[in-house]
Design a protein around this ligand. Structure first.
Ligand code: ZN
Ligand code: ZN
Length: 570
């Protein structure tokens, strides 16, 4: 699949055009195209063969031509020429969160910065301050950005790792020699980012499995190749480790390779106290070395007097104590979700019409979906003027008469710099569901941002706060916000807090969501969908919820339509 490569090139083109001060609509066109290609669940080459490139949202004749050129020649001349106009260092500096094209160019032009490391050195010598004048804060932000970048190095977004693991697993499953093929490791625990992908296979002919694995088309480099284990690097730079075990050890091996390490250490301690030992082959009596469990995980946990612990909880954060006392939560599941609460239509910056949204959600088995286009101040994202919003309300009410799913009309209203929303109450009261979110002023001090969000919750029409911390995993840190204060207000005003399921957001994260549950706050899992494939991101939001110990009753959109409507009428 060349999808990721093409998306990256389009993003690079947008970056360079930004440095050159090009027309912002042209820049945006490249970014939207990149996003849509990345979200495509079909090989872009196959789309080209069917001559359907123009059906991809955001792809016109010009971009379709560039895609074809890349597929056929492996490069795009326009891009190659464009790159010559910007120096490498500028491009490198732009990967630092918070460093835009202008700053990058300034640093390279005035300070002759050659790389990120060079920048760090010059910053520590106090040389950056000179060019920004007295703005110490700016220098601080750049240094933090560099540390942040180094900290996230080598980690891959869960959604991306899941996609790669599906491709590898489906091919291994086709092998006659492979019996069970499953993902283990942090991917099975659904951590928001993973270091590498662990795959476990049971087989009586392990060599055949490892041989086939190292020859998969995704493999770029083989790091190790043995009779029962192998490691490779894929073309999109993720390490995949394969382990093949005999079928009777499946459960023990799966538990061992799923981790976390500290969870497994606790399990071993429990076993020891019972005169048992656990390893990747099974559970054994210490005295006789007799194997008493290991075929499946349920049996393994049972052997040490524990209820089965779902992988998402295996972080040694109280799950073993809870399992001992029979107090494990009945974790929420994807099938409990009855509707999506955050969807953008083509009335603002989404790609889908109201009917297309309804059809997609009906297919997912939902009873309702809330359309939440941006409000008027977000001009860049096609925010709606009041008049257009009222027309949409009419349209949706009419549409509902012929639909088998309930479309609800809402908005993602912008929380302005002073905490007011950018629609007046007279507009908000006409809507079924109001989301409020911060989209600007990320660098404001903690008390200011916290104050804005709290003021928004005091508005009686606001139902939910979206992506409450504003972080983008690996790209942008959360803004400074006092979540304890936000939670307190949410409790007081009966406001739902979102777990935004967009793979780069996952905001709230697992730790904060668990805290919210403890405080009795309702959470809402929503996809923030802009294009058709993003509805499926719900599973990543559900994973955060599961890692946060959430049950069905803690999540707003597990309510059926009737109860949901009753609950949101404030
Ligand atoms: Zn938003
Ligand atoms: Zn949104």
């Amino acid at each position: 699949m060349k999808n990721a490569e093409i998306a990256e090139i389009f993003n690079d083109i947008a970056d360079i055009l930004e440095i050159e001060g090009e027309n912002r609509f042209r820049i945006r066109a490249y970014r939207i195209a990149a996003q849509n290609i990345e979200d495509l669940n079909e090989d872009v080459e196959a789309v080209l063969r069917k001559e359907k490139l123009l059906d991809i949202p955001g792809i016109g004749k010009d971009l379709a031509g560039k895609i074809e050129e890349y597929v056929k020649r492996g490069k795009i001349k326009f891009y190659e020429d464009l790159k010559k106009s910007v120096s490498r260092p500028v491009l490198e500096l732009m990967t630092i969160p918070g460093v835009g094209p202008k700053t990058a160019k300034l640093l390279c032009d005035r300070l002759k910065v050659k790389s990120i490391n060079d920048l760090k050195k010059k910053a520590s010598q106090g040389k950056i301050g000179n060019i920004f004048g007295v703005k110490e804060k700016k220098v601080e932000n750049i240094l933090r950005g560099i540390d942040f970048l180094k900290g996230s190095e080598g980690r891959t977004l869960l959604s991306h790792a899941v996609r790669v693991s599906f491709e590898v697993i489906s091919q291994l499953k086709a092998l006659a020699a492979a019996k069970k093929v499953v993902a283990a490791g942090s991917l099975r625990r659904m951590k928001e980012t993973v270091q590498d992908i662990d795959i476990l296979v049971t087989s009586n002919a392990p060599r055949r499995v490892t041989d086939a694995f190292t020859k998969l088309p995704e493999v770029k480099e083989v790091l190790a190749h043995g009779p029962t284990k192998s490691s490779v690097i894929t073309r999109d730079a993720i390490q995949v480790d394969l382990r093949v075990v005999e079928p009777p050890s499946f459960g023990a091996a799966l538990c061992y390779f799923t981790g976390s390490k500290s969870h497994n250490i606790s399990l071993r301690k429990m076993a020891k106290r019972r005169g048992l030992k656990i390893n990747e082959y099974g559970v054994f009596r210490v005295k006789t070395n007799k194997k008493i469990a290991g075929l499946d995980e349920e049996g393994l946990y049972k052997a040490i007097d524990l209820a089965y612990i779902p992988p998402e909880l295996r972080e040694d954060k109280g799950e073993i104590e809870a399992a001992l006392r029979g107090k494990l939560p009945a974790l929420i599941e994807s099938k409990d979700i009855k509707g999506d609460l955050h969807v953008h239509s083509d009335a603002s910056d989404g790609a889908l019409s109201f009917e297309e949204i309804a059809r997609a959600c009906l297919k997912l088995g939902y009873e309702y979906v809330v359309i939440t286009d941006h409000s008027k101040s977000l001009k860049i994202a096609g925010g709606l003027e009041q008049k257009a919003l009222f027309e949409n309300i009419k349209k949706i009410r009419k549409l509902n008469k012929k639909l088998k799913i309930r479309l609800l009309i809402g908005t993602e209203a912008d929380i302005l710099g002073d905490g007011r929303l950018d629609y007046p109450d007279s507009v908000l009261k006409e809507l079924d569901f109001v989301i409020a979110a911060v989209h600007s002023g990320f660098k404001q001090p903690k008390d200011v941002i916290t104050g804005r969000v709290i003021k928004a919750m005091d508005n009686k029409y606001v139902n939910m706060i979206a992506h409450p911390t504003g972080r983008l995993i690996g790209k942008r840190e959360a803004y400074e916000i006092d979540m304890e204060k936000v939670f307190k207000k949410a409790k007081e005003t009966n406001t739902t807090i979102e777990i935004n399921a967009y793979p780069e957001r996952l905001d709230l994260d697992d730790t904060s969501s668990r805290r919210a549950k403890e405080l009795g706050i309702m959470l809402g899992i929503a996809t923030d969908t802009h294009t058709i494939n993003q509805f499926h991101n719900m599973i990543f939001g559900v994973s955060v919820a599961r890692r946060a110990w959430l049950e069905k009753k803690n999540v707003l959109n597990t309510l059926d339509l009737e109860r949901f409507l009753k609950r949101i009428r404030k």
